[in-house]
Design a protein around this ligand. Structure first.
Ligand code: M6R
Length: 544
């Protein structure tokens, strides 16, 4: 949830730092800070609470230094406070660091540093990095960072400044995203793309174990052993205005309303005009490779995992292949039955989720071909997968996925239809009807959104409750799981989704007078069954 920004160029760094941090506010934070460097030294300003607190402290107190780093923090080690806010510095104040992620061996490192006389000002894991660099620094910050990397365990994205070398920012990525933006006579660093969009569209994403040395006129990238790495620069096409609220009360609402467009974009060019064929240009699997698949393993986290459960339903039905769906954080620890005849499908909006990336690598290690469904061009998942199907949802700022989820469902439907087309498992008229139906989705989304008033009044009835239940069968159950996650995440109301037929096996005990039950009954084949489950809860006076 933390955010990192960095600037080196010809303008006062503070302007970009504050603007960039504001663009990352959507990720949630409890404190923020900046460090700006000029020939006189480093100025460090930090504040608990909202960015406006930091901005008030900054005004008149930060020099016009043209190199700087900034951070929004979401507490992990130590409560939210000015002292625990980043950047953190060493004992001399010469080295400052901002950090996303967790240093797993920080206690051990801190103990050693304390014994060697270092003084700590915060309770964070991050501060050990500044003190370690103080010990390792012998006139070359880059060299000190390479040695540092062998001492740290855990996940980290770092931005580092050294007072003695005011012409560079060192950035490091290990399991936590970091993006470099290229300008003319200036360069940028950020943990997420929206922070950069107003300033540059030319970006590249650092890979795990890579170090970037940002200077005014150039950016060099190396691996952790200082060997040069060549990076491919991408042009981000996202409209910067699309990454702003655009008149909506909040980003989530905006993104809900962006669904019809996102659906159109995700479908464009992928279904033939007569709806008889799917084309997935980015999938390079040959006909023989597709016919050789014996099993599909879908891996993802959170919302993307729920999209995977929907895909399981579709693929088993349309392609007649066994499909397993795993939560990515479990996948590699359960010795999965994955081999070269397995097609692994990873789903990730950001393309940077560490567990999903690890699952992708595990799939490849076991010889499987990996198809990724992702929203971010050039993300780690996109680069490491064998084939990519992009969801053209545009930037997801809200964190609570909406259009990302629904476009994942479209991309996965297209993949399932494509596999069925190649393997000949659906009769042509059936495939054609499905494809024609997919094309109607943008208009159908518009029709749902037109019911905002009804939805708002229903929400008004639910908001006073502490527990909400979702029920459904088959596909509806998979969708119900996403419904309960979203309700918990954004309203803090406890919610639970159940396969409707499971109610009678215990949970019915919690269905009492007035308890809200949201029943999904969209499939003809199980409609009557679900209706009988609705009767069960109605008999207990639930509000359905
Ligand atoms: O970027 P990813 O799709 O890999 O993220 C995985 C989950 O963290 C994500 O889907 C999360 O569950 C949703 N944003 C919640 O709304």
């Amino acid at each position: 949830m933390c955010g990192i920004v960095g600037y080196i160029g010809e303008k006062p760094a503070i302007d970009f730092l504050i603007d960039g941090l504001r663009k990352l506010e959507y990720r949630g934070y409890d404190s923020a800070g900046v460090a700006v460097l000029d020939h006189r030294g480093t100025q460090l300003v930090k504040s608990v609470g909202k960015l406006k607190n930091l901005q008030e402290k900054v005004e008149g107190n930060v020099n016009g230094g043209m190199v700087g780093i900034g951070h929004t923090r979401w507490a992990t080690h130590g409560r939210p406070s000015d002292a625990n806010a980043h950047p953190h510095s060493d004992c001399t104040g010469n080295i400052v660091v901002v950090h996303n992620g967790i240093i797993e061996n920080f206690l051990e490192l801190k103990e050693g540093l304390l014994q060697r006389g270092h003084r700590f000002e915060s309770e964070t894991d991050t501060e050990v990095i500044a003190h370690l660099l103080e010990e390792l620094y012998q006139g070359d910050i880059e060299q000190a960072v390479y040695v540092l990397l062998n001492k740290l365990q855990g996940s980290f994205a770092l931005a580092i400044l050294a007072r003695q070398e005011p012409d560079k920012i060192i950035a490091v990525r290990q399991d936590s995203p970091l993006i470099v933006g290229l300008g003319d006579g200036e360069n940028y660093l950020a943990s997420d793309i929206p922070a950069l969009l107003q300033h540059t569209r030319r970006i590249f994403i650092l890979n795990d174990g890579e170090v970037a040395i940002l200077e005014k006129e150039s950016v060099r990238v190396t691996d952790r052993d200082a060997r040069p790495v060549k990076k491919e620069v991408f042009a981000v096409k996202w409209d910067p205005v699309a990454a702003e609220k655009g008149g909506y009360e909040h980003f989530m609402l905006k993104e809900i309303y962006e669904q019809p467009k996102a659906f159109r974009d995700t479908l464009t060019g992928r279904i033939s005009p007569d709806s008889t064929r799917v084309t997935l240009d980015e999938v390079h699997l040959t006909v023989d490779q597709i016919r050789a698949i014996r099993k599909v393993a879908i891996v993802a986290c959170g919302t993307a995992y729920h999209a995977g459960l929907v895909a399981k339903n579709l693929m088993e039905k349309w392609v007649r292949l066994p499909v397993e769906v795993d939560v990515a954080s479990e996948f590699r620890y359960r010795d999965p039955l994955v081999d070269p005849e397995t097609l692994v499908v990873v789903i990730s909006q950001s393309g940077e989720t560490a567990d999903t990336l690890a699952a992708l690598r595990e799939g490849k290690r076991r010889g499987a071909r990996v198809v990724a469904v992702t929203n971010v061009v050039g993300s780690s998942v996109a680069r490491e997968a064998d084939d990519v199907i992009y969801t053209w949802a545009g930037p997801e700022i809200a964190v609570a996925s909406t259009k990302a989820y629904t476009t994942q469902l479209i991309a996965l439907s297209l993949l399932a239809a494509y596999l069925a087309q190649v393997r000949g498992t659906l009769e042509k008229p059936v495939l054609s009807r499905l494809l024609a139906e997919l094309k109607t989705l943008p208009a159908k989304a518009e029709a749902v959104l037109a019911q905002e008033d009804r939805i708002r009044s229903l929400a008004g009835r639910l908001v006073k409750h502490e527990d909400v239940f979702f029920i459904g069968r088959g596909l509806d159950f998979a969708v119900a799981l996403e419904g309960q996650l979203k309700l918990k995440e954004i309203s803090y109301i406890h919610a639970e989704a159940l396969a409707a037929g499971e109610l009678k096996h215990g949970t019915l005990a919690l269905i009492t007078k007035g308890v809200p039950v949201i029943a999904l009954a969209t499939q003809e084949s199980v409609f009557e069954k679900t209706v009988s489950n609705i009767r069960e809860v109605k008999a207990r006076d639930a509000f359905v």
